[in-house]
Design a protein around this ligand. Structure first.
Ligand code: B12
Ligand code: SF4
Length: 463
């Protein structure tokens, strides 16, 4: 687990030596940053995707001393076969696009480029990633940037860059989206501007990578920095009601911070959505201030309606007796709910599906998202499932594949119920029941496209 790195000596000295090295480069090295598209045909990489904040952050740092081009395969940018125009090819990867990322890495390595892999999958499986690149960046680029950049300049790369500590978020620069917006396909990005206020989540769910990478740490940017960033986008777009999507793991973990930030946002008049855990949502004042500050959608990991399942995943923040209250509080304040539900745990049975259906319909959850539980490498859940895991083909890690046979229901029945739940929740009458009277916006469209998606599902899709 990491410690936060603080103190001026840690920051200014490497900064100035890097500046000296950079000034002596014979020419600025050229970096190609790649966001690969996964090969899954399920919903995860489809529709309008958000700008890849992680690569924009890499571009921000690299762009100070190198020339940077950013390509995003998800919006239709084409990664070249020939990398001779670049010195460095740096690729981000999650598990579901790791095979794609590795393929690009292998090609660039064969052409003698410096290849850097970063993101959650190379962090979790750095030994595996190492054979597809020159260097793996473990965790955040900010923590290792000076060393990495200096080595790129001198051409002496290490196999892994891993820092002992995390940089305070106060040092985070305001992201410069021009690297992403330079693409001719940029109109395919979602309108919502990605933004980051906090990092980390101490809840500790067994299936999640965040506690593994960040431990119990929870860092945040001063509210003024976040508000200034929002204000700059309002000015850039020439409108007050600019829309933001928080990329935070769990934005509400420190109530005092959350409240201060939201009071500031209420004054700005922005719109926003975020991931949030259930911890404080049963308190009416949390939903009240969220609504007043412009929140129109909260993404909540309800995960399960089965108490044994919740206990087994170590999701201490979710108390079943609070679910209905939390939903009621948000709805009273005009906030729609994107509810995440997972199936396939050992304690799941047919009743888990019925209970989820009843909960969604009774509480009129606007945008339910169902997934099959997936043991991502590096998580405690991956270790627990060990030899029971059926697939190590990373292309199948899209949360729509049956990863192991659960104990209380056969895999076949699980899939039949999973498809049935999709169809029942997204059939026309059910959509009307859940959505009637709600604002006519993209959430309606999401329901209509889920209706088509559900109709096409077959058990074979998930094997
Ligand atoms: C916001 C978020 C989303 C958003 C936006 C996703 C997007 N387009 O980026 C939405 C809601 C759409 C989403 C959807 C999904 N998500 Co999500 N998501 C996140 C979350 C909470 C934050 C990601 C983020 O942007 N953080 C902010 C950026 C700035 O930080 P960062 O990504 O950590 O990047 C830093 C470092 O990793 C590093 N770095 C990253 N890339 C590179 C590249 C190079 C070259 C270098 C040097 C460094 C580097 O430096 C960066 C800057 O500090 C993460 C959890 C997490 N903390 O990672 C889960 C997470 C990435 N999601 C996850 C999952 C499973 C999903 C879904 C499959 C869920 C589902 N069932 O639908 C989908 C898949 C979507 C997709 N197409 O990939 C998993 C992925 C697990 C894995 N091993 O791959 C995570 C890790 C959560 C978890 N359960 O553990 N997600
Ligand atoms: S509450 Fe969300 S972010 Fe926090 S550990 Fe659990 S799944 Fe991960």
């Amino acid at each position: 687990m990491y410690q936060e790195v603080t103190g001026p000596n840690n920051i200014s000295e490497p900064e100035s030596s890097l500046a000296r090295l950079a000034a002596n480069q014979s020419r600025r090295k050229r970096w190609l940053l790649v966001q690969p598209k996964s090969v899954t045909n399920m919903t995860v990489d489809s529709g309008r995707v958000s700008m890849p904040l992680k690569l924009v952050m890499v571009a921000n740092l690299a762009g100070r001393i190198f020339d940077v081009t950013l390509l995003d395969e998800r919006i239709g940018d084409i990664v070249p076969e020939d990398f001779s125009a670049f010195d460095v090819v740096a690729i981000t990867s999650r598990t579901l696009n790791a095979t794609k990322a590795y393929g690009i890495g292998d090609r660039a390595l064969a052409q003698g480029r410096i290849v850097i892999l970063g993101g959650v999958h190379p962090t979790m499986l750095h030994d595996e990633a190492a054979s597809h690149c020159s260097s793996v960046v473990y965790g955040e680029i900010e923590s290792v940037w000076h060393e990495l950049a200096a080595d790129v300049i001198t051409g002496r790369m290490k196999g892994i860059y891993r820092s002992e500590g995390l940089r305070p978020m106060t040092e985070m620069q305001r992201p410069d989206f021009s690297y992403a917006l330079a693409s001719p396909n940029a109109r395919r990005y979602a309108d919502r501007i990605p933004i980051l206020a906090t990092k980390g989540c101490p809840v500790g769910c067994s299936f999640c990578t965040t506690p593994v990478v960040y431990g119990k740490s929870y860092r945040y940017r001063e509210p003024d920095l976040v508000l200034d960033e929002m204000r700059s986008h309002q000015e850039r777009l020439g409108k007050r009601a600019a829309s933001f999507s928080f990329m935070d793991d769990n934005i509400s973990f420190r109530p005092a911070y959350f409240t201060e930030l939201l009071e500031g946002m209420a004054r700005l008049g922005v719109r926003w959505n975020a991931n949030i855990s259930m911890n404080f949502l049963h308190k009416p004042e949390v939903a009240e201030i969220a609504g007043r500050s412009g929140c129109d959608l909260m993404s909540i990991g309800f995960e399960s309606l089965n108490p044994d399942v919740l206990k087994s995943m170590n999701k201490g923040s979710n108390r079943l007796h609070n679910y209905q209250t939390a939903v009621g509080n948000l709805h009273r304040n005009g906030i729609a709910i994107q509810g995440y539900f997972m199936f396939g745990f050992d304690d799941d049975d047919e009743q888990s599906f019925q209970a989820t259906y009843d909960f969604i319909m009774q509480n009129r959850i606007e945008f339910p998202v169902f997934s099959l539980v997936t043991p991502f490498p590096g998580t405690p859940f991956f270790e627990e499932m060990g030899p029971r895991i059926r697939h190590f083909d990373w292309d199948k890690y899209d949360t729509f594949h049956l990863m192991y046979e659960p104990k209380k229901i056969s895999g076949q029945r699980l899939l039949e119920n999973f498809i049935k739940l999709h169809r029942e929740v997204y059939r026309g009458r059910a959509i009307m029941k859940r959505m009637q009277g709600k604002p006519l916006n993209w959430v309606w469209l999401a329901n209509l496209s889920m209706n088509r998606f559900a109709a096409g599902l077959r058990p074979g899709n998930f094997l």
